[in-house]
Design a protein around this ligand. Structure first.
Ligand code: NCD
Length: 300
């Protein structure tokens, strides 16, 4: 009933989500979305633009009501515990969507709440609705996932979007190349596990070279996760997608990014036709509609 980790999903279940999201997108276009009853609570203990608003938009599109918890203006400020906060909000809503800087917080919330919980990001760990929307966007824009070469570029150590995406791509038969600033590589055990589990081709490289890439998926350095801020500054130095990388890219390559983007995407790159991340972000609504609908139906 909860959606805590992408790793809990089987291939068939993921395919069903992608298909449901496709149907949702069609129904949205035709203005034929079936309305549901219920209340969705969004609880973001960490900043968010896309995830929170697309969950709220998806809920409204499904005919649901939304209540929003703001940690800054709540009794957390009076010292109320996480447990009490979750148990209270659970009284007022049918689904809880939670983002929190600590790993494992969504799982903990799911223990306290009777209503289903959707993890909208827990520290560097997981962000399953983003992984589903990334797979959906790739499939939509490239027509398939199997056989593609996807380059994951950026902070592969702290970004919660990257590790599950590597698994998802491996599961669906894509070839993955990993490139990161020094010290921000993908954990070795994760690479080995994804290779072993799915027989996937996964390669680490030190050089960004898009000449064989079908998809380049880039993310920012996750500076808020660094204990030492000067290390984050150091990692950011020289980490940028140069316009020349796109000029040398394979014909038809698309550039994706979970956003927010920072200096790694200079204005010339943002202006290139390969940059498709706004369209990627738009996929957040149908994908999150599919997730909420499935979870609400599971409740009954
Ligand atoms: C990502 C996140 O919060 O993990 N953003 C998002 O949800 N689209 C990526 C990031 O913050 O860099």
């Amino acid at each position: 009933m909860d959606l805590i980790s992408f790793m809990d999903l089987g291939k068939e279940e993921i395919e069903r989500y992608l298909e449901d999201a496709r149907k949702m997108e069609e129904q949205l276009k035709e203005g034929k979305v079936k309305k549901h009853d219920g209340i969705v609570a969004t609880l973001f203990f960490e900043p968010s633009t896309r995830t929170k608003l697309s969950f709220q938009s998806a809920s409204h599109r499904l005919g649901l009501d939304v209540i929003d918890f703001s940690a800054e203006r709540s009794s957390i400020k009076k010292g109320e515990s996480f447990e009490d906060t979750i148990r209270m909000i659970d009284n007022y809503a049918d689904v809880l969507v939670i983002r929190h800087p600590e790993e494992g917080s969504a799982e903990l919330a799911a223990k306290y709440a009777e209503s289903p919980v959707i993890n909208a990001g827990d520290g560097s760990n997981q962000h399953p609705s983003q992984t589903l929307l990334d797979l959906y966007a790739i499939k939509k824009m490239k027509g398939k996932i199997e056989g593609l070469e996807v380059h994951l570029v950026g902070d592969l150590k702290y970004a919660r979007v990257m590790r599950p995406l590597m698994y998802g791509l491996a599961m669906f038969g894509a070839k993955v190349k990993l490139a990161s600033p020094t010290g921000l590589g993908m954990p070795k055990e994760a690479i080995e596990e994804a290779k072993e589990k799915y027989g996937a081709e996964i390669e680490e490289t030190t050089k960004i070279d898009f000449s064989t890439a079908d998809v380049a998926y880039v993310c920012r350095v996750q500076e808020e996760r660094f204990a030492n801020k000067s290390e984050a500054e150091e990692a950011k130095k020289g980490y940028t997608i140069k316009p020349g990388y796109l000029e040398a890219a394979k014909e038809g390559m698309i550039l994706l990014h979970p956003l927010p983007k920072r200096d790694e995407i200079p204005p010339e790159v943002a202006a290139s036709p390969q940059a498709r991340y706004l369209e990627q972000a738009r996929c957040g609504v149908p994908v999150r509609m599919a997730i909420i609908k499935k979870i609400l139906e599971g409740r009954k």
